[in-house]
Design a protein around this ligand. Sequence first.
Ligand code: ZN
Length: 77
Amino acid sequence: MANCRGCGKLIVWTKMQSGKSMPCDPEVIRFVPGEGSEMFVTPDGLLLQGKRDPQSNIIGYISHFATCPKANGFRKG
Ligand SMILES: [Zn+2]
């Protein structure tokens, strides 16, 4: 765990399969991939589009880029 340099919130760094690290909100979200329009980062480093579903057994994190109020300096994607 670390703190965001922009807003000071707790973040977790997830190692992406590309080799880069992605800052994410620490809250674990259950989601169904392939539906919806939110992007989720899985613990094994994949970025998947999906829809929140508390019944799902697939978990992911929301990129902190999407939620940081000080994301101006970040590249959005
Ligand atoms: Zn932040």
